[in-house]
Design a protein. Structure first.
Length: 324
């Protein structure tokens, strides 16, 4: 197995330089601009040659199903962030995790052959679903949801290490489920702790700015709690107490969220929050690819800019000016 090498790129220009050196870009999206190679490992923005990747399936699904082992002989990757979708895709492209597509399986025998040939397509699907359309879902009830929760507990979060995050998938997917059972219980408790922390952030750090809920000094990704589910059809704005939430994290990044694309488009029209990102980039004088960006339903500030509460007020003003 060749040594894994992962580089971080803060801007599209940096990512392009790594690609020119032969690195494979995975989820290198910057303010709506996606940097890709021939594998097209992104599903967020538009490429420099004008191809819109936002309707593609997640990289976890496509890497595992269509491109398994494509970078086995050259496991060099460039990324913009660490998350489950991105790291699972890298583990699949590098051929580190079990799959029936592994060409080396024919040389294996017994238990190792059986283990290496396990099909984790359902795990890729769960990662994709929670990455793109998590509204109303309980992670623990989804296929391999507890395994995904274990990965989050051990390998994600502030200060996480990209190499460990990728190899973490290998470690967990090769482990016997019976052996992992006690850790699954810990993952459930960890999820409960995160929900409690999100509720605490809501109680202690939330303010209303021009009618928009703002979490000032957010400590966790707690949007499911912050939106405030009322019931009914979860894909309409009226079913949520706070259909738009702006969270300012202590590290200086801002996330703007809605429960789903449908709610965002109900409030802002076609492409949802992408209209907000465009207006914010105009306001800040940011160029496409180095500014605000994300999905139609959720996105945020530039990765290389430290935001303040004054920026929150600017965002709220833009939100209120451009929603229907």
């Amino acid at each position: 197995m060749k040594k894994l090498e992962i580089a971080f790129a803060k801007t599209a220009a940096e990512a392009i330089k790594f690609v020119e050196l032969g690195f494979c870009p995975v989820e290198c999206s910057y303010g709506g601009v996606s940097v890709v190679d021939d594998l097209n490992m992104d599903h967020h923005g538009v490429t420099v040659d004008g191809r819109d990747l936002s309707e593609l399936e997640s990289v976890a699904i496509r890497a595992y199903r269509d491109c398994y082992g494509k970078r086995f002989n050259d496991p060099r990757f460039v990324i913009s962030h660490i998350d489950a979708d991105c790291t699972f895709a890298i583990a699949s492209l590098a051929g580190y995790v079990p799959s029936i597509a592994n060409k080396n399986n024919k040389f294996l025998k017994g238990k190792l052959a059986e283990t290496m040939s396990r099909d984790f397509s359902a795990l890729a699907g769960t990662i994709a679903l929670l990455d793109t359309d998590p509204v109303g879902l309980d992670r623990m009830e989804l296929p391999y949801g507890k395994l995904l929760s274990l990965w989050h507990m051990f390998y994600s979060g502030i200060g996480s290490n990209a190499d460990l995050a990728v190899h973490g998938w290998r470690k967990l997917m090769f482990s016997d489920e019976e052996m992992l059972a006690p850790f699954f219980e810990a993952a459930v408790k960890e999820q409960e702790r995160l929900v409690a922390k999100a509720e605490a952030d809501m109680a202690e750090c939330s303010v209303k700015e021009e009618g928009i809920l703002v979490i000032r000094g957010a400590s966790v990704f707690g949007f499911d709690s912050w939106y405030g589910k009322r019931g009914g059809n979860l894909r309409v704005a009226s079913s949520w107490q706070n259909p738009v939430v702006v969270a300012l994290y202590n590290e200086g990044n801002i996330i703007i969220g809605t429960p789903c694309k449908e709610v965002a488009e109900e409030m802002f029209g076609e492409n949802g929050l992408k209209k907000v990102y465009t207006k914010l980039n105009e306001l800040y004088g940011l160029t496409e690819g180095n500014g605000f960006g994300g999905h139609a339903g959720i996105g945020g500030s530039p990765r290389n800019m430290k935001m303040t509460y004054d920026d929150v007020r600017n965002i709220v003003s833009v939100i209120n000016n451009y929603h229907y």
